[in-house]
Design a protein around this ligand. Structure first.
Ligand code: SF4
Length: 472
């Protein structure tokens, strides 16, 4: 029985409710009146329900789809302005005891080189990331209580935050590790993590169990209820995602939104971010064997409808996607992207040798961070290295209040300009610096608040003179 507030996975992700929703969406895919009503509601920027979102995803009316794309872009602009937040993944260890059939880290894969970074190696990786200009990381490990216990993750976080190379610093470490206990989530919170990220992979229970035949991840309920435990442990920013290509995308799309509704109803705060990864080639993984792969068109539509449905949630696209796809979805509501990424353990210091194979997936967008910053500037975005909210205590419902009232744009844009300036001063190539300075010059008059504008101008001067780390 569907119950959005239930603490039981199969009740807040109720199979019947998903199937009925999909049926309802199919029946109404050409219902112009209903689609228009949903779009009118969406224009209020307060979000729409999973049923309404499913109808939009299914809609076959071209003109209505065009309206959807336009609205998705408007909503992104309204809440977050032109800024695109940058981050990079940092793979700490690829030891894993699970048997996930779509991931090269699965423990039966004998031709992958197993690696776990020591604290000295982490230090070197972080210096390499700082030297690129990164300020925000997403830490990744496989699940292995012996090789990657929680103590290892906590020690690594401490190391990461302690390193200050030249003007560099990692100011926000998000963490993507396996589902764990309330107590361990509390320890992660105390270690000062940003967002706790855990992808569901698929919400379809039977498929989930088949894709995770062995290891602790096999337990659907324990995995699906992890975000509730994380929030009980005091983590108030959590990141959701499904791996598109594993199951029917429509089913997972609805399940994801029901999960978001559940967190809001049961825990008082919806997801801070949603990621939209698609399955990619990797060692021992051939995406062609996963017959539910989605086209670029459907991928773009998923992004647009997500943006309309959860306007307060950051949308993340990684380097799994090509430059072309990223360019498209940046126009449809994506608000964070990774850049200059390495998906192998230790890959920032030393590029992996062909035979080593420690990567989790093949990167599609292989450009350097500077090339990506340059490209974003050219396309009219402001690449942002901001980490201010979490450091100012604007997390969980405090953050959501700020977004819901539209106030966040007053922080995001000035912070984007100041952190971009920092990047330009310390790391940018000549051409990127020139383009960046131009964008900053053009954006300053758009700061609505005169007092804020004055402070930004002063801080830009301070940054030029060598001072660092300003924020609102
Ligand atoms: S002001 Fe807050 S929401 Fe905006 S970019 Fe910075 S950290 Fe993110």
């Amino acid at each position: 029985m569907y119950n959005v507030k239930s603490k039981i996975a199969t009740e807040f992700i109720d199979n019947e409710e998903i199937l009925e929703t999909l049926e309802y969406a199919k029946k109404n895919k050409n219902n112009r009146q209903l689609i228009n009503e949903i779009l009118e509601k969406a224009k209020e920027c307060k979000g729409i329900s999973h049923r309404e979102a499913a109808v939009l995803l299914e809609c076959e009316l071209e003109d209505e789809n065009e309206k959807m794309y336009k609205l998705a872009k408007e909503i992104k602009q309204r809440f977050y302005g032109n800024r695109i937040v940058m981050f990079a993944p940092l793979y700490l260890s690829n030891y894993c005891v699970n048997g996930c059939t779509y991931c090269p880290y699965h423990h039966k894969n004998k031709h992958i080189t197993r690696k776990k970074l020591t604290q000295e190696e982490i230090e070197k990786e972080v210096i390499a990331l700082q030297d690129m200009g990164h300020k925000r990381l997403a830490l990744e490990t496989g699940e292995d209580p012996v090789n990657n216990p929680i103590e290892y993750v906590l020690e690594s976080i401490k190391t990461i935050y302690s390193i200050k190379h030249k003007n560099g610093a990692i100011r926000r470490a998000n963490v993507n590790i396996a589902a764990t206990t309330v107590e361990n989530y509390r320890r992660l919170k105390d270690a000062g993590i940003g967002t706790y990220i855990l992808f569901q992979e698929t919400y379809h229970k039977k498929t989930y169990e088949e894709l995770h035949p062995t290891g602790p991840k096999h337990d659907y309920a324990y995995h699906t209820e992890a975000m509730d435990r994380a929030m009980e442990g005091g983590i108030d920013d959590v990141g959701l995602g499904v791996l598109y290509g594993l199951n029917m995308y429509r089913y997972d799309f609805v399940g994801l939104l029901m999960h978001a509704e559940h967190l809001e109803a049961a825990m008082g705060v919806g997801p801070h971010t949603i990621s939209v990864p698609r399955i990619r080639p990797a060692d021992d993984i051939n995406p062609d064997e996963f017959t539910n792969a989605i086209s670029d068109e459907i991928f773009a539509k998923i992004v647009a409808v997500l943006r309309i449905t959860v306007p307060y949630t950051g949308l993340i696209v990684s380097t799994r996607e090509s430059q072309k796809t990223r360019e498209k979805v940046l126009e449809l509501g994506v608000s964070q992207i990774s850049g200059g990424s390495s998906t192998s353990v230790g890959g920032y210091v030393e590029k992996e040798k062909e035979e080593e194979n420690s990567a989790q997936f093949d990167v599609n967008d292989t450009r350097t961070l500077d090339e990506i910053v340059n490209w974003l500037l050219e396309k009219g975005h402001i690449p942002s290295f901001c980490t201010a909210c979490y450091r100012e205590g604007r997390t969980g419902d405090r953050f959501m209040q700020l977004v819901k009232s539209g106030q966040i744009a007053n922080c995001c844009q000035p912070n984007a300009l100041m952190t971009l300036k920092e990047y330009l001063e310390d790391y940018a190539s000549e051409d990127t610096r020139r383009k960046g300075e131009e964008v900053i010059k053009n954006e300053i008059p758009r700061i609505p608040n005169e007092k804020v504008k004055k402070i930004v101008l002063e801080n830009l001067e301070n940054l030029h003179e060598g001072k660092r780390d300003f924020r609102f």
